[in-house]
Write a protein of this length. Sequence first.
Length: 192
Amino acid sequence: MRVMGVDPGLTRCGLSVIESAGGRQVTALDVDVVRTPSDESLARRLLTISDTVDHWMDTHLPDVIAIERVFANQNANTAMGTAQVGGVIALAAARRDIDVHFHTPSEVKAAVTGNGRADKAQVTAMVTKILALQTKPTPADAADALALAICHCWRAPMIARMAAAEAMAAEQRRTYQAKLKAAPGRMSRSTT
């Protein structure tokens, strides 16, 4: 499975691609950070990120995109920009029929370090170790993009099992409802 990890941001957007050979074995294929100047218009910044992401998706052909889920942030402008970038990337993936999964920062930290409250240095150190990189990925946005991709690779089997269980439950619910409707002499309450 080839996963593109995205740490969305307007000023710095981390991008990574890793490949999973199954289990916990993962290999880094590419990592970079898209930078946009803060004095540019929002539309121009989103276009720069969109163009870069389009190139990455067309070049690397990921099977799935893992994007950091926006969570409450003390700076509303930062949260809004992050959400807008995530939306641009999800749209680009949808146009290519690529699955998109969102992971919270604490899910990513827990998957990579075992601690949902790990700091950036711990995440970077574990990403470096897991991927057997010669040097630590910098800036932190690059390490975070790699961590997102790793998290998704490791969580994908559980996500698939949950989706299958939900689909089975929905099918059983439909079958049960159909049986109730088709049953002769359905029980009904009558008032006398």
